[in-house]
Design a protein around this ligand. Structure first.
Ligand SMILES: C[S@@+](CC[C@H](N)C(=O)[O-])C[C@H]1O[C@@H](n2cnc3c(N)ncnc32)[C@H](O)[C@@H]1O
Length: 464
């Protein structure tokens, strides 16, 4: 039959068409106009009898990639056919009959009114999101734009820049702030492990830049989002004449960075990369250390935590010398591959994308565009593949810790704000038990995991 989307809704009440039918019809028209074959179950089918209706529905539910549940009222979503449709489809997803996802388009209702089975899916509000917004979301989900499109994530879709819009704002016009906190318990240790593991990958970018700057007498380096400063100092350790200025937004982290600092040519100062007065603030600091311009801006895993990475990139240009370089290490979960985990890695990544205040897990692939859109030139992206095949138990555990252990922070932060949020509570419980299981899996020699680490390098201006 070739259907791609199924719209589930209640058609009539007291022999009158419901408001949901109208909405569903509009969505149907929108999706069809965008070339998406959509099943919009209507009354005609039911005229043939329930058995026949069910047969057709079952066949369609075996093939569609996305189901949209439209429901202005709780009674509508739980009405006989509507419930049959979403419940059957959900069972199909859970038993891997289809690789699909559910999107809800709901009226004003308390979360407790939404049937439990529908609570964890991407949801749009009937009175807040237009047909175009949800329609476009569904189109992108069907077309597989985004790594985990079959799952329940919205962030992948939101995070990927729309066409002709290099991520200045995502297609829903939102910019997200991350709940990431480098002072979170255990984070210093995790960052340290990460810093060590990322060394070979970072050095591809650093060595390339070092070669370009071989005639520069003293290299002035800005470590943007320096955290504890350890990584920045390590990467530039063998630059003979250098000054490193580490900047970060967190006082607590900076305090610790100063405490750990063992290099008289490294200094740590507070600056927000998104500050509207960034140029003035950084100039003050440059004045303090008698720096005219920076030759290198280094940023390790910082842009993904920032609401507006493009603004940060624009800001950073202002203190970079004309022939200076930027080096950014950014992750991309789309590069993760695993076998022997029964899909657990993928499920954890998918579920995590729904965590509140999550950072951009797919920024790695966007860096080329981001740099281009903010005027940088000679952009190069280096990749380093790491995998567990040659790792002993301890290294595999370290890799697990580095890549997965952090994933309850976001739920904990949200719960601290709102302890009664049962959805977040449930998600956190799910994540905790999934992570326990994954840690066990990482310890098993027959499990294999690999990922590509990405480092982007660019010059402020073209090489003349
Ligand atoms: C994942 S940590 C990485 C730290 C360090 N680069 C490393 O590799 O260990 C990200 C750092 O970016 C900092 N950060 C986040 N938003 C920032 C902003 N707007 N301006 C400056 N620093 C920021 C955080 O405080 C945190 O220390």
């Amino acid at each position: 039959m070739g259907y791609q989307v199924f719209i589930s809704f209640k058609n009539t009440e007291n022999n009158e068409f419901t408001q949901d039918r109208q909405v569903s019809e509009e969505l149907y028209n929108y999706l069809e106009s965008r070339g998406i074959k959509t099943f919009y179950s209507n009354v005609t089918l039911l005229d043939y009898g329930e058995a026949q209706y069910k047969e057709v529905i079952d066949d369609v539910l075996d093939e569609v990639k996305v189901m949209v549940v439209v429901g202005s009222k709780k009674e509508y979503i739980t009405s006989k056919w509507c419930k049959y449709e979403w419940h059957t489809y959900q069972q199909n997803i859970l038993s891997n009959i289809v690789e699909g996802s559910i999107v809800t388009y709901l009226g004003d209702m308390e979360i407790s009114e939404v049937p439990t089975g529908l609570r964890h899916y991407q949801s749009f509000k009937l009175n807040q999101s237009s047909i175009e917004v949800i329609g476009e979301f569904v189109v992108r989900a069907v077309n597989g734009k985004g790594q985990f499109v079959e799952g329940k994530n919205s962030q992948v879709q939101k995070g990927i820049p729309a066409k002709n819009n290099l991520g200045l704002v995502n297609e829903f016009g939102e910019k997200k702030a991350s709940y990431y906190d480098s002072t979170f318990s255990g984070e210093y240790k995790r960052l340290k492990i990460q810093g060590e593991a990322m060394r070979p990958s970072d050095m591809k970018g650093v060595n390339y830049v070092k070669e370009q700057l071989k005639d520069t007498e003293t290299v002035y380096i800005l470590d943007a989002g320096c955290g504890y400063g350890v990584v920045g100092r390590d990467r530039f350790a063998d630059f003979s004449n250098k000054v490193i200025i580490g900047i970060d937004i967190s006082d607590a982290v900076l305090e610790k960075a100063r405490e750990l600092n063992d290099d008289e040519n490294a200094h740590y100062e507070k600056v927000d990369l998104l500050s509207s007065n960034f140029d003035e603030e950084i100039e003050m600091i440059m004045g303090k250390y008698k720096i005219k311009k920076f030759d290198v801006v280094f940023g390790a895993y910082v842009l993904q935590h920032i609401k507006d990475p493009l603004k940060a990139l624009r800001n950073l240009r202002t203190c970079l010398s004309e022939d200076g370089y930027v080096i950014f290490r950014q992750s991309d979960e789309g590069t993760y591959i695993a076998y022997g985990d029964d899909g657990l890695v993928r499920k954890i990544c998918e579920r995590y994308l729904n965590a509140p205040g999550i950072d951009d897990r797919f920024i790695g692939r966007k860096m080329f565009h981001y740099l281009e859109a903010t005027g940088y030139k000679n952009i190069k992206v280096f990749g380093t593949f790491i995998n567990t095949s040659s790792m002993g138990y301890d290294d595999r555990m370290a890799l697990y810790k580095m890549r997965f252990s952090l994933r309850t922070m976001y739920y904990q932060k949200e719960l601290a704000k709102n302890p009664n949020n049962t959805i977040v509570k449930n998600d956190m419980e799910w994540m905790n038990s999934a992570l326990d299981k994954l840690q066990e899996v990482f310890g098993s020699p027959s499990f294999w995991f690999g990922e590509t680490m990405l480092v982007s390098v660019a010059r402020k201006t073209d090489i003349k």
